[in-house]
Design a protein around this ligand. Structure first.
Ligand code: MRU
Length: 362
C-alpha cells in the first residue's frame, strides 16, 4: 500500500517525505504557505498533480496561522501566499492552476461580505478548506478515469516502459501513467513493465519501481541508457509517461529524458502515450517553446546519495524537464477522453468535454 501523500488535520499539513522513500516512511509537518512552498521546492513532495494539491492546502494553512483584522489585510495575506507558492517551482502548471483557483475562491467570498468579523473569517477558512478538498477529490477521480481510458488503449500482453514517477506518489489517486499500467495490469493486459531509473533524481528507481512492486506488476528497473536496447530487443510495445505542462498544440514538458524516449519510440515504431489531467494543459502557451524549464542544482548531478561522483569543482547542467514535440506523441489521455491525433483542435475539444468516469460514463 502506498502511504497517504498529504494529510490535512487541525490546521496542519502532514506531507509524506518522498526524499527518504522507499526506505523510510516519515512525514514533515507544515503550518503555512511558506512552509508548503519550501516543501515543494525541496522535493519533500513532487509530481505535478500532487504539487497542485499541496499548493491548494497552503491557503487554508496560511489563513489558519494568521489573525488579520480586516478583509484588506486578509487579501494581502492571500496575495503573498499565492506569490510564495507560485515561486516554488516553475514548470508544473498544476501549481499555478491550484493557486489561482484558491485565490479566486477567496476573493469571491470576500467580495460578497460587508463587514469583517472573526466568524466571517472562520467561514472563509471553511470555504477554502472545502475548495482544497475539492481539488484533491478531482485529482483522485481524474486518475481513476485516466487509468481506465489508458488501459483501454493497451493490447493484451503489453510490454510497457515508463519514466520518472507518474504514479500514486505523484498524485492523490492511482497516478497518471503508472495508474494506466496498474489498471491495465488488473485487467491482465501487462506482461511486463520497465521503469527507467530517471537520473539524476532517481524517481524511477526509488518510487515507480516500488509502486509497481507493491501493485504486483511484473516489472524491472533499468538505467535510462538501456531504453533503446530494450525497445529493440525486449518487445516494448508502449511508452507511457506523465506530463508537467502541455502547450495548446500538444508539445509536452515532462521529466528530463522523456524527449529522448519519444525519439527512440518513434524510431522503433512504438506508440508514445502521455497521460495527464486537464489542469496540465496550458491554453495560454501556443507551443512548447514557451514552457519554462526548471534549472535545478548541479549538485543533484554531481552527487549521488550525498557522495561526490564527479571530479571536485566540475560544472554540471541540470534542466529538470524537457519538451517532447507533439509530432512524437501518439495520444494524450486526460480524464475527459483520449486525444488522438494530438493537435490544437482535438485538445480544445477535449477541454470542452465532460469528465468520463471510471465506468466510462460522462
Ligand atoms: O521533478 P518531479 O519529480 O516533480 O517531476 C515529476 C514528473 O516529471 C512527472 O512525470 C510529472 O509530474 C507527471 S506526475 C503524474
Amino acid at each position: 500500500m502506498i502511504p497517504p501523500r498529504l494529510i490535512f488535520k487541525n490546521g496542519k499539513l502532514k506531507i509524506l517525505d518522498q526524499r527518504l522513500l522507499p526506505h523510510k516512511i516519515t512525514y514533515l509537518t507544515v503550518r503555512d504557505a511558506a512552509g508548503t512552498a519550501k516543501a515543494i521546492k525541496d522535493m519533500v513532495l513532487r509530481g505535478a498533480p500532487l504539487i497542485g494539491c499541496a499548493a491548494a492546502w497552503g491557503f487554508p494553512l496560511e489563513l489558519k496561522s494568521r489573525h488579520p483584522s480586516s478583509w484588506k489585510e486578509t487579501l494581502r495575506l492571500l496575495e503573498s501566499a499565492a506569490r510564495v507558492i507560485k515561486a516554488a517551482r516553475p514548470t508544473a502548471l498544476a501549481l499555478f492552476y491550484a493557486a489561482d483557483r484558491m485565490a479566486e475562491k477567496a476573493a469571491g467570498f470576500i467580495a460578497a461580505q460587508k463587514e469583517f468579523s472573526p466568524a466571517k473569517y472562520e467561514a472563509l477558512l471553511r470555504a477554502l478548506h472545502r475548495e482544497a478538498a475539492k481539488i484533491t477529490e478531482e485529482d483522485r477521480a481524474a486518475c481513476a478515469s485516466m487509468g481506465a481510458l489508458g488501459a483501454g488503449l493497451l493490447n493484451n500482453n503489453s510490454i510497457v516502459l515508463t519514466h520518472c514517477n507518474a504514479g500514486a506518489l505523484a498524485t492523490m489517486g492511482i497516478g497518471t501513467a503508472v495508474g494506466v499500467i496498474t489498471e491495465a495490469s488488473t485487467r491482465r493486459k501487462i506482461r511486463h513493465a520497465y521503469s527507467c531509473e530517471t537520473r539524476p533524481y532517481l524517481q524511477g528507481a526509488r518510487l515507480t519501481i516500488w509502486e509497481l512492486q507493491q501493485s504486483r506488476v511484473p516489472s524491472e528497473l533499468i538505467t535510462d541508457n538501456m531504453a533503446a536496447h530494450l525497445m529493440k530487443t525486449a518487445g516494448v510495445n508502449a511508452v507511457i509517461v506523465g506530463a508537467d505542462r502541455i502547450a495548446a498544440n500538444g508539445d509536452t514538458a515532462n521529466k528530463i529524458g522523456t524527449y529522448a524516449l519519444a525519439v527512440l519510440a518513434r524510431y522503433h515504431k512504438i506508440p508514445f502515450y502521455v497521460v495527464a489531467p486537464t489542469p496540465t494543459i496550458d491554453t495560454e502557451l501556443k507551443t512548447g517553446k514557451e514552457i519554462e524549464i526548471e534549472e535545478r542544482s548541479s549538485e543533484e548531478v554531481t552527487f549521488i546519495n550525498g557522495r561526490l561522483v564527479a571530479p571536485k569543482g566540475v560544472k554540471a547542467r541540470h534542466p529538470g524537464f524537457d519538451v517532447t514535440p507533439v509530432s512524437l506523441i501518439t495520444a494524450i489521455v486526460t480524464e475527459r477522453g483520449v486525444i488522438s491525433p494530438v493537435n490544437r483542435r482535438n485538445i480544445a475539444k477535449n477541454l470542452r468535454a465532460a469528465t468520463i468516469s471510471k465506468t466510462g460514463k460522462q
